[in-house]
Design a protein around this ligand. Sequence first.
Ligand code: GCU
Length: 617
Amino acid sequence: MPAIRSVPVLIAVSLLALPTFSQQALQTLLVGSDRRPAQSLNGEWHYLVEQPPFRELYDGKGAVRDGGYAQNTHPNISSGPHNAEYDFATSPTLKVPGDWNTQDSTLLRFEGVVWYERDFSFTPAAGTRTFFHVGAANYRSVVWINGKRLCEHEGGFTPFDCDATALLHSGQNSAIVAVDSTRHQDDIPSVLYDFYDYGGLTRDVSLLTVPSEFIDDYEVQLKHGTSFDGKAASAKTIAGYVHVEGANSGTAVSIRIPEAGVSTTVTTDSNGRASFEASAKQLTLWSGTTPKLYKVELHAGSDSITDDIGFRDVRVDGTRILLNGSPVALLGANAHAEAPVRGGRAITDEDVRNIFAMLHQIHANFVRLCHYPHDEKMTREADREGMMVWSEIPLWQRISFDKPEVYAKAVTMLHEMIRRDRNKASVIFWSVSNETPNNPARTHFLTDLANEARRSDPTRLITSALIGPKVDQDRVVQDDPLIAALDVVGQNQYIGWYEGTAEDADRKTWVLPQKPFVMSEFGAEATFGNHGGPHDRWTEEQQVNVLQHQFDMIRRIPQMRGVTPWVLMDFRSSTRNIPKLQNGFNRKGLFSEKMQPKQSVELVRKTYQENPPVKAE
Ligand code: GCU
């Protein structure tokens, strides 16, 4: 079994003519980018669809080309001669942000390369740097500015920022982004997964201009390890760091939280990082019932950012999960980033409002944002509403656990997820995977990854959703070796849908380690409006029956501290193709994809409100 414990160097293995990227410019992830003034590049972008084998984007060895469409030539149609046979300027447009699948009906099932282009005017300012910001592009993307390659990114659900200063000029500029949604065996997720491969520039695109020395990363949180003597009031120490890119050591950095009576100034070390610790004069801790956010003002040289941050502590104590020193029960649901009603990737304020409306309808205080980091608007809203969040990287079931370059990708995605949301109080769990096979290569890979997550952010709990407990008649034993690396354990199971009957759950005895567990997936498919008896599959009544017996079973498992039925809303999936019943959607939603509440909504609401299936202690 190849050693993957050393920090692997990213090796581009072009076995299948995979694209190989080389870094061209400073690429980072600007923490708090949504709190900076931006020149939005959202809106209509011209697009060209490339057919396989995508030779405009890749050469025969899979390396990215700079010729072809990236040159954005405009053929003189009338006079000629010309070789270029494309013209972005007169091509149709797609709305950015947005997936291409639901904007152009001919692209609903397209997985491949779409080229985006737009012109924009820009006025450089002396002594500043300008980053090309992409909130997410699924799955691989390459950026050119004025015909020069700027940067590339792999991963469909996390932001990236590329320093475009050297390529931008005053007046009219052109940006081209090639997005490739093709799935590959060594990608994360890999080639088979039960959610839709929505391709495109699926989140905001903008230009962010910052001073030559700028704040690119910071953590401002309740000091880790704050002791809770049962009275959260004693917790008042704020600690963290600010990193100033381009700063010499000794640069002054000020951190102010006026409402908490915090104002302190520290200086950067030789790496541009300034750590701090300060006592608040008064501090209301963030929680589901008091989602208090504070204005946090950071200044360094001529740069400043004001963020909205909640202060809270989450930890485990035996089989309990403690929020600010008090045990908490997590009552929620899984939610995909599927746009309610209109369909496609969920990204708009209205999408966010609709998803939270459904969560409130079932009386949730917790949501598993499956199976990838959602748009930052979701974790911002969770902060504001006091909704605790399980956030995860898209490491779904089978990936190439034996390849160091795949481990490197997983680490990059983990770092990007943590970096973007490390100051979001609502995020209490980082999850490293979903339903992976219990074998030595996977356990090594994910144990390393869980430890890397904990090293990167010791203030949150590390989890993963497991499958495959050992079932011996009615005795269910979960002893997956990965559990040793987790703080909280997610357990997926589908008694009553994929295995046995709903009533089988009544006879199960679960044998679990003494750690906090979340029943992270369970449920059954029901087509909205399809009615029948409690054992008629695909009916709403059957879904209610399965969930009822599941809740009764979960109630008998003492380690269970959280519950998230699969899934809040029906979602598009290319593996769900039973005519009339599925029509391309996974129907385990409590709501239809049009936000129509199935009968299960009332069951879940009533259960959560009157007879929760899990106890805080
Ligand atoms: C799995 C998986 C989900 C999937 C679900 C289902 O547990 O984690 O992504 O959609 O089962 O089969 O509906």
